[in-house]
Design a protein around this ligand. Structure first.
Ligand SMILES: Cc1cc2nc3c(=O)[nH]c(=O)nc-3n(C[C@H](O)[C@H](O)[C@H](O)COP(=O)(O)O)c2cc1C
Length: 158
């Protein structure tokens, strides 16, 4: 199963998540910062995972640009890092509800381009702007990757 995990990260949290996803996806997985991706890297892939921190309710500009280059027929899954809405004070809670998170925007953008998201996106919680990643998120990550792997395996056997 050849996969690639592409990420952007300002403080290293999304990078950490990307590396863990890569580890659970298995040996044939590459993990690359979005600035290091070449066209050849997204050639013959079974799965592409794209992750971004949430900035102002959306993915970063470089990730938005990268999504425009993804072949529409690829199996693509998105993730983001974000604040936990329920843990915030009243004002920020309302703001986060209104502006949403990066995965929604990435899914919508890829959809408008004609792509179809392979399976549910995931948001991973950071406890502050610079992290750290909330306790328990790595367990959730492992379960999410397991689901993706099972779905891929079923398709590849067919
Ligand atoms: C400029 C800026 C804007 C942000 N806006 C949001 C936001 O709208 N919603 C949110 O949940 N988190 C927001 N955050 C917090 C980021 O989610 C957090 O910094 C990020 O997940 C950390 O990932 P990184 O270490 O990979 O950069 C923002 C952070 C920065 C620096």
């Amino acid at each position: 199963m050849k996969s690639l995990v592409v990420y952007d990260s300002m403080f290293g949290n999304t990078e950490k998540i990307a590396n863990e996803i890569g580890r659970y996806l298995g040996r044939e997985t590459k993990v690359l910062s979005v600035g290091k991706v070449n066209k050849d890297d997204i050639g013959k892939l079974d799965l592409l995972v794209v992750g971004s921190p949430t900035h102002g309710g959306r993915p970063t500009d470089v990730i938005t640009k990268f999504i425009n280059t993804i072949p529409r027929n690829l199996k693509v899954v998105f993730f983001d890092t974000r604040f936990e809405k329920s843990e915030q004070g009243f004002g920020l809670k309302i703001l986060l509800s209104v502006i949403g998170f990066a995965t929604e925007k990435m899914e919508r953008q890829f959809g408008i381009l004609g792509g179809k998201v392979f399976t549910e996106s995931m948001g991973f919680i950071v406890t502050d702007k610079e992290g750290p990643i909330k306790k328990g998120e790595m367990e959730r990550l492992k379960n999410w990757v397991e689901k993706i792997r099972s779905k891929l395996k079923v398709l590849m056997v067919k």
